[in-house]
Write a protein that binds this ligand. Structure first.
Ligand SMILES: C[S@@+](CC[C@H](N)C(=O)[O-])C[C@H]1O[C@@H](n2cnc3c(N)ncnc32)[C@H](O)[C@@H]1O
Length: 292
């Protein structure tokens, strides 16, 4: 939860929705349709992670604010509080399921993995897969020179303890594509993503089936699932060319849904939703044995 969520007038929220409508009209008049390709995403994030790792992005993120919704009410929330809120959801799920190995798909600069490694000390092995080379480099650099300010705020672990605990953790970051994960079947107990499937509007089901292949037990996806969006958020997501997946899409892939919830703290234009799934591998194997 944000430390000091500052309530603001509804007018701010409606101003954002008005902009969404105006963008839609402009797009419609110009006959422009957004298109998102994997190569385009790779180039976009290669530039972003490079720029952000050269600047003071993490520290800026600690103070930078966005107009957000807290249980439906407009507030000004810091970016770091949004991240903290989502990371706590993953940490609760991981600590209750007790996996030994965890993979983040689309791990960006690695901050989520570093924070979770501190919040979930029973996990033995952590890995991050990221499409953009500069994201992987940033994450490896953070492993050597930890962004203590941000990690300490998110995890509430003291700066002295952070370095000690991360040094003892087994953490790796590698370049890879979520559509063809460079991992063995059932290599991890728990796989998760945080704002990543959105980047693959036409191919996210392939990424979900790869997540299913490499997880032995569970997966969690914090994404802009369609069911969580109001009408303006749906229009905005379409304007941006992001995925419009239903959380039910995971079922034909072999996941069982354990929990679906719209986050209490979301952005105004998108509502992040937490989906927790069981990989149901044992029942599949049993079905196969029964059929054979
Ligand atoms: C919005 S960022 C989120 C990064 C990170 N999960 C976080 O919370 O900071 C989306 C990330 O997904 C990565 N990504 C996009 N398509 C991918 C793919 N096909 N395979 C792996 N990563 C991908 C991008 O490069 C980018 O780092």
């Amino acid at each position: 939860m944000p430390r000091v969520p500052q309530s603001i007038s509804r007018r701010e929220q409606y101003r954002i929705y008005l902009n969404i409508i105006l963008t839609t009209v402009r797009r419609w008049l110009n006959r422009k349709s957004p298109s998102r390709t994997m190569e385009g995403t790779r180039r976009e994030y290669d530039k972003k992670w490079k720029k952000w790792s050269e600047g003071n992005y993490l520290l800026e993120g600690n103070t930078e604010t966005r107009i957000s919704l807290l249980r439906g009410l407009p507030v000004v929330a810091r970016q770091i509080d949004y991240r903290k809120h989502v990371i706590e959801k993953f940490a609760d799920a991981i600590n209750s399921l007790q996996p030994e190995s965890v993979l983040e798909i689309g791990s960006g600069n690695g901050l989520n993995v570093l924070c979770l490694a501190l919040l979930c000390p029973t996990v033995k092995r952590w890995a991050g897969i990221e499409l953009a080379e500069t994201g992987v480099e940033a994450a490896r650099n953070y492993l050597k020179e930890l962004p203590l300010e941000s990690i300490a705020y998110v995890t509430k672990v003291s700066k002295e303890m952070i370095a000690q605990r991360i040094a003892n953790a087994q953490i790796t970051f590698k370049k890879g594509d979520m559509h063809i994960l460079p991992m063995r079947d059932n290599e991890f107990d728990f796989v998760y993503s945080f704002h990543v499937l959105e980047q693959a509007p036409d191919t996210y089901k392939k990424a979900l089936s790869e997540a299913h292949r490499v997880t032995k037990k569970h997966a969690a996806f914090f994404e802009f699932w369609n069911e969580g969006q109001n009408i303006f958020q749906r229009i905005h997501i379409r304007n941006r060319g992001f995925f419009q997946g239903s959380f039910r899409d995971v079922e034909p892939i072999g996941f069982g849904i354990l929990r679906f919830e719209v986050s209490e703290l979301t952005q105004v234009a998108f509502a992040g939703c937490f989906l927790l799934c069981a990989a149901n591998k044992d029942s599949q194997r049993n079905d196969h044995v029964r059929r054979g």
